[in-house]
Design a protein around this ligand. Sequence first.
Ligand code: NAI
Length: 480
Amino acid sequence: MVKICCIGAGYVGGPTMAVIALKCPKIEVTVVDISVPRITAWNSDQLPIYEPGLDEVVKQCRGKNLFFSTDVEKHVSEADIIFVSVNTPTKTQGLGAGKAADLTYWESAARMIANVSKSDKIVVEKSTVPVKTAEAIEKILTHNSKEIKYQILSNPEFLAEGTAIQDLFNPDRVLIGGRETPDGQKAIQALKHVYAHWVPEDRIITTNLWSAELSKLAANAFLAQRISSVNAMSALCEATGADVTQVSHAVGKDSRIGSRFLNASVGFGGSCFQKDILNLIYICECNGLTEVANYWKQVIKVNDYQKNRFVNRIVSSMFNTVSGKKIAVLGFAFKKDTGDTRETPAIDVCNGLLGDKARLSIYDPQVTEDQIRRDLSMNKFDWDHPIHLQPASPSAVKRVNVVWDAYQATKDAHGVCILTEWDEYKTLDYQRIYDNMQKPAFIFDGRNILDGAKLREIGFIVYSIGKPLDPWLKDTISMA
Ligand code: NAI
């Protein structure tokens, strides 16, 4: 029986391995992690991550051919194929700080593999890594090899949180990069064989190592760039009276452009986009490609601009101050159908409002109070380290209240911000919310999910990103 071990039981390692186990009943899959609470949760009824459909998949194969364990060394030494899906944060100190990928966790995983291996291994990069990481990993493994042969493959993951299971069941493509030697090609075929259990052959792309590594960074940069493009357009729409939804619909109808990923919003978030673009920028700079680096930097700058613009809109429309005012924040996760808050725009928006002394009442159906408090007090990039290495949650972030109900969050509030596009926010009783708010009552829709006209009928002053402005907001336009 082929044995697979995955190092890192996170948002990628957990769901990916669960689907491999489900689709390949004859392969034994073990997911290992240094975090005891994470593994305990994977072995319980309360999985450590929220992902639609994940519970069912795990329930079907856990204990049969899917296992979660903290005995990292044992399972690594027994495996034929080792996936490495550990954190690859942005460096916070030293050379490349703020841009380059910090490969500490990757390197320690590679050294551990070298220490415990007694048979030949295929080592698969699942984490998103800088181009040429495979070469560094190969060096660590071969210099410590004890006659054992390693083949390194790059198999970046393209799943999107919130739709991970769907994406894994039916991927647009699976990408496998390897060495162009006979042994490298053999390793590619071995991994291809795993995916071929359920992925049609023409969707499994094989390339050289460096193309596979770079393709992942490029794909995320292209996706983020689309969001920044439409967000940049949203500012222009507000200035001219155009409606960004109509503009993006018309633009997206062009089959060369396509309609997906063209929704204007308060900004992109998630653990990958910013980190991967920063990494790409660093690689460009290291290769002397300043103009290319500057091009990609602008994608992040526009994202920051969009979050600032949103905060400025709120403050300027509420008489230029939110000091002491209660603002209800609906949504904290970086997008709907996930509890993940890494790099969520909500952090910057909330910190911006707190900077102006607002009182916040936050409600998100999937994010815990502890996580919100942790996020609002964490330094940049701290979030992308294993949980047990993150700073403990401080006892209180002053002026923040976390509640479990949208009506409670909005009661007596001066304004409401929608920061995540959860479906349940679309069907709230906004008349009831209006009746219980301070007047004038404001709604700032950072995801364009609400019907502005209906809200105006109720009496709200409404701001929707990239839509024609209310007269009230037009009067404050110079401030935003
Ligand atoms: P995560 O933080 O959820 O999981 C990483 C896990 O690795 C943690 O549980 C940590 O405790 C564990 N770990 C770290 N060092 C270890 C070691 N030496 N031995 C054993 N376990 C160790 O991260 P996530 O989101 O799963 O991401 C992993 C990689 O996949 C990153 O490189 C990320 O950029 C990439 N990726 C993430 C996607 C996402 O949607 N989250 C999508 C595609 C790629």
